[in-house]
Design a protein around this ligand. Structure first.
Ligand code: HEC
Length: 117
């Protein structure tokens, strides 16, 4: 009987494991401290407001946004993967804890949506 290791048999398993990691890793749940985030958000008020409603025409609203999305964007600005002259500078000194706290603060602000008639 031929007992040589046949890598091809394991390919589907490796592929599935890889896909699970790619999908699961960047969307790890954000568990931050909203009160701490509120304090840290003082650095963001000029453009995003303390309530996450934009104060500048080129800055997006942040309130009510999905926390994982906010954290992902802040990490992308920090690493330079997402480029923006202002946000790259702002995000650079943020720690993982700062990012989770800020993402929690802005995401927990309740937003009411009323579409136009
Ligand atoms: C001087 C203005 C300014 C300040 C201060 C500022 N931002 Fe921004 N922020 C922007 C602009 C402009 C953009 C849009 C950048 C782009 O096009 O990628 C942005 C984008 C973002 C985004 C991406 C939102 C999205 O919808 O993709 C996040 C998250 C964010 N800022 C968080 C913060 C946080 C948290 C702080 C404070 C620690 C902060 N910003 C401070 C101007 C600012």
């Amino acid at each position: 009987m031929n007992r040589t290791f046949d890598f091809r048999l394991y390919r589907p398993l490796l592929l599935i494991t890889g896909l699970v990691l790619v999908v699961a890793l960047p969307t790890a749940a954000v568990v931050g401290d909203a009160a701490a985030g509120k304090t840290k958000a003082k650095a963001c008020v000029t453009c995003h407001g303390l309530d996450g409603i934009s104060r500048m025409p080129d800055a997006p609203n942040l309130s009510g946004q999905i926390p994982e999305y906010l954290a992902l964007q802040l990490r992308a600005y920090k690493s330079g993967e997402r480029r923006h002259p202002v946000m790259n500078v702002i995000a650079k000194p943020l720690s993982d804890e700062d990012i989770d706290d800020l993402a929690t603060w802005y995401s927990e602000i309740e937003v009411t949506v009323t579409p136009p008639q």
